[in-house]
Write a protein of this length. Structure first.
Length: 551
């Protein structure tokens, strides 16, 4: 294949440690170990996608088998060994994808192949990509060979999910965690690639590519490749064009929208959102960018322009800082929670666009609302309250859904605290018997707790804030924790729940069953049943419903 026809991610794949970016510590450690002839039995490279795990594995294979040695490793004019490894055709360097060969039989074949020494190189090397995909049996089959391989055999593993690899395997490897590439390093790298390809792209467009790639070199090169092919050779890729190609939009629009939300200008907010939507921005992308913006508003004073990963330019950074002076953290945290909830709702609505518009409208009202259990407080609809009528007005607030205008913030906070106290007092439930506990579970819709109490629990003793029970094997393992939390929530007091070896009373279900059996036995002694049984020998009495006498 002509090198010019390759995609950028393959065309500019690093061939030596010098060409790697962002992995200087890893490179230096490996080079030093090879020079000191302290080469581990197995290397394990882990990290996110596209940061060079497989690339580093191939470079390590070259470093171990280069005919010129590690001191004079090939850079331009590749020796036969390095050239074969680079083109994946070296007879002693086997590269295998664990995603397609996961079974224990595949590993056994690998171990059998390892019994023979290298043909033309110093080391026989097995590179296994996505090693976490191997089965448990395959890992176990590999353990002994991995711990004490022949001197000529080396393993190199690469994975994106280190937690899926058994610890027994990890402990037998020299592990290297490859880090995300820093934004500035990645920006300089793709800028050089752009110049080599004689492409035309503005710095702002390249910064957008860096942001989207999230530290992955392969993602950045793939996006650059796509962007350069999307425009004619005589046109420059600017930020506006890049946003259209990648489905992103100008952050300044979102900042303007956020400012209007804070001002409560509903019509203008919807207009700006519809412009953003018409640019082809998906609702989920909009919500995620909105979350990112809330984060910047909350933490702007502790951030620098560089730490925003090129998400903001100078103008946007300054504007956010200016607006944030008039915002309190509580409002932003409320916005964050509400936006996350809306993100979940998008999966269950058919028209996500309309859902976003309603989200923005609710957000404008949310700024002036402080929600409680069954009432709300609107700060913009509040009328002044004189001190002499303050206590009386607080009680009226609890019965209604809004309170009137408050003159000062201090006075408003005091009223809210009083409201909370009275509401908590009203919500307390008095539970002084086991039957009352079951009835409370029924009223509070705690069906699972009610079921456990009736079927799997036998009461031994019930005292104030203390319940002693015995139980059967079917009792849920989280029963005590769940019941304790609910009792504290309902009564406002701590309860002690203990298990007893004493058998205790029969469970409610068993008591009802025994009573039912007793009624059936008594009914079978009546003349009515005997007459029915005589006329219908196959009849059987299975249930009895007692009817209350009419007045």
């Amino acid at each position: 294949m002509n090198i010019n026809s390759k995609v950028l991610a393959l065309k500019y794949r690093p061939q030596t440690f010098d060409q790697l970016i962002g992995q200087e510590v890893v490179s230096e450690t490996i080079i030093n170990s090879i020079k000191a002839n302290k080469i581990p039995n197995a290397y394990l490279f882990t990290g996110i996608r596209g940061i060079g795990k497989t690339t580093v594995a191939r470079i390590v294979a070259k470093s171990l088998n280069c005919l010129n040695g590690i001191e004079n490793i090939c850079k331009d004019n590749l020796c036969e060994s390095c050239d074969s490894i680079a083109n994946s055709r070296h007879i002693d360097v086997l590269e295998q994808d664990a995603a397609s060969k996961t079974s224990v039989d595949d590993v056994r074949d690998l171990i059998e192949f390892s019994r023979y020494g290298p043909t033309s190189a110093k080391y026989k090397i097995f590179i296994i990509d996505e090693v976490h995909m191997l089965s448990k049996q395959a890992f176990n089959a590999l353990l002994k060979t991995l711990e004490e391989p022949p001197e000529y055999l080396k393993f190199i593993f690469a994975t994106t999910e280190i937690k899926k690899i058994p610890i027994t395997v990890v402990s037998r490897c020299q592990r290297f965690d490859l880090s995300r590439i820093k934004s500035t390093d990645l920006f300089e790298f793709i800028k050089k690639i752009k110049d080599k390809e004689k492409g035309k792209a503005s710095d702002d467009a390249l910064k957008l590519i860096v942001k989207i790639s999230e530290g992955s070199v392969r993602d950045a090169l793939s996006l650059l490749d796509r962007a350069l092919l999307s425009l004619d050779s005589d046109k420059e890729l600017d930020l506006s064009a890049a946003q259209k190609i990648f489905g992103y939009f100008d952050k300044s629009q979102l900042i303007d929208l956020f400012e209007l939300v804070l001002k409560g200008e509903e019509k203008k907010v919807i207009e700006i959102y519809r412009k953003i939507y018409d640019q082809g921005v998906e609702p989920k992308i909009f919500i995620n960018d909105f979350l990112e913006l809330i984060y910047y508003f909350k933490n702007i004073n502790s951030l620098s322009l560089e730490s925003t990963n090129f998400s903001l330019n100078d103008y946007e950074f300054t504007k956010i800082k200016k607006i944030s002076h008039n915002l309190d953290g509580q409002t932003l945290i409320l916005f964050w929670q509400f936006t996350l909830r809306t993100l979940e709702e998008l999966d269950i609505v058919s028209n996500q666009n309309l859902s976003i518009e309603m989200f923005l409208i609710r957000l404008m009202h949310l700024k002036s609302l402080k929600l409680k259990d069954d009432f709300s407080i609107r700060s913009d609809n509040i009328q002044s309250i004189e001190k002499k009528d303050e206590s009386e007005n607080i009680k009226n607030v609890i019965k209604t859904d809004t309170i009137n205008q408050i003159k000062s913030v201090t006075q408003e906070k005091k009223i809210k605290l009083e409201i909370e106290k009275e509401i908590k007092a009203e919500q307390k439930v008095l539970i002084d018997s086991f039957d009352q506990l079951i009835n409370t579970c029924d009223k509070k819709k705690e069906i699972k707790l009610k079921y456990e109490l009736e079927k799997n629990v036998s009461l031994v003793r019930f005292e104030k804030n203390r319940i002693e029970i015995s139980f059967n094997d079917d009792l849920d393992k989280n029963f005590v924790k769940d019941l304790s939390l609910k009792l504290f929530e309902w009564t406002g007091q701590r309860w002690i729940i203990t298990f007893s070896k004493i058998k205790g009373e029969l469970s409610i279900k068993q008591q009802k069953k025994n009573k039912k059996n007793e009624l059936i036995i008594n009914a079978k002694q009546t003349e009515l049943y005997k007459n029915v049984a005589e006329k219908f020998p196959d009849a059987n009495l299975i249930d009895i419903n007692s009817l209350k006498e009419k007045d």
